[in-house]
Write a protein that binds this ligand. Structure first.
Ligand code: NAP
Length: 334
């Protein structure tokens, strides 16, 4: 049975205006590991969730060539393949997926209102799993040369750089993992890091340092990307001495952290100073009935497995909220 607005007890709702409009019980925004797990759990609780996929089925994880640390896959699993498996599993229990992007939300009253480019959706609960996007360096030449030698995704673009000389910017797990991936194609990969110590974990550090195709430039920042129709090199500044040098390269891959995709929730959901959504331990935001999970609220762990766990928790909590607030009690997975 569909929930309809005039069945609900929601204070402040406007039953007359939308009397016949369907109200989703659980609306999931985003389809990365957090959103997919939320969809699976909500579907198994017979809440018939609707998932707005947004830009990327499988989220950022789908851009990873092989995921080696997601339990249950001793030989690793392709990022895109894992996204498809997540979707298939959630669909088996009734989750629905739409290639739509939320553009505007109104969480000031229930049912909540979420607008996409094409329509308006009403929902009793919303689970926000819109993830994060790669940061840019914001230096001259970067925007001009995106797609012409500047990239933020080795899995997507590495193939175009066979036997080319590449630079990777950053010292975290992403930079090293992607640099290692790029050695499949490139003649050499030089990691440029602003300090003399990597942020990345020990295993990736060892692998990168042992790889004969990988070199390091320490204590340097990229000030400009050089080239007109394609990347020809980088202007570097030595952090300690201030000396400027030019590094010749055919391409540059940038992995300098992420920014959460929370723009449309500003002013409605509480966030920290970096824009990550604040939740309590039950994934509940400052608005009862609205939950957040995965990278959109987690700047610490950012793993497929942790995001998936948070998504499941958010869905369980949404089920409990519906039990308390809706005329249709729903079983929740415990
Ligand atoms: P990150 O850990 O935040 O690292 C970003 C790197 O970029 C840091 O080395 C940082 O330097 C550097 N950086 C930041 N801004 C810069 C700028 N303006 N110019 C030059 N360098 C700059 O980001 P990440 O590597 O994307 O990783 C994000 C999270 O995902 C982490 O928790 C990581 O563990 C996780 N992750 C895990 C795996 C895995 O387990 N296999 C793979 C990928 C990511 P500083 O070090 O000096 O701050």
């Amino acid at each position: 049975m569909e929930l309809r607005l005039n069945n609900l007890k929601s204070p402040g709702a406007e039953p007359q205006a939308n009397a016949e409009k369907k109200v989703e019980k659980v609306l999931v925004l985003g389809a990365g590991p957090a959103g997919m797990s939320a969809a699976l759990y909500a579907a198994r609780a017979e809440l018939n969730p609707l998932v707005l996929i947004g830009t990327e089925l499988g989220g950022q994880a789908s851009l990873t060539f092989t995921i080696e640390n997601y339990p249950g896959f001793p030989d690793g699993v392709g990022g895109a393949e894992l996204g498809e498996l997540f979707k298939k599993q959630a669909e088996r229990f009734g989750a629905r997926f739409e290639y739509e992007m939320a553009t505007e939300v109104d969480f000031s009253r229930r049912p909540f209102v979420v607008k996409t480019y094409g329509k308006e959706i009403l929902a009793e609960t919303v689970i926000v799993t819109t993830g994060a996007s790669p940061n840019h360096l914001n230096i001259p030449g970067e925007n001009l040369l995106v797609g012409r030698g500047v990239s933020y995704c080795a899995t997507c673009d590495g193939w175009f750089f066979k036997e080319k000389k590449l630079a990777v910017v950053g010292g975290g797990d992403s930079a090293l993992e992607e640099a290692l991936f790029l050695t499949r194609y490139a003649s050499s990969v030089t990691i440029i890091h602003r300090r003399d110590e990597l942020r990345a974990g020990a295993i990736l550090q060892r692998r990168a340092k042992e790889n004969p195709k990988i070199n390091f430039i320490w204590n340097a920042v990229v000030e400009e990307i050089l080239g007109e129709n394609g990347v020809q090199g980088l202007k570097l500044r030595e952090v300690i001495t201030g000396a400027e040098t030019t590094f010749a390269a055919d391409g540059v891959f940038i992995f300098v952290g992420h920014t959460p995709n929370t723009q449309i929730f500003k002013g409605q959901l509480d966030m920290d100073e970096k824009g990550y959504i604040k939740t309590d331990l039950t994934m509940t935001t400052n608005i009862p009935g609205v939950y957040a999970a995965g990278e959109v609220m987690d700047s610490h762990y950012r793993q497929v497995v942790t995001s998936a766990g948070m998504g499941a928790a958010a869905a369980i909590q949404a089920g409990r909220f519906l039990e308390e607030h809706s005329l249709e009690p729903a079983a929740v997975e415990k």
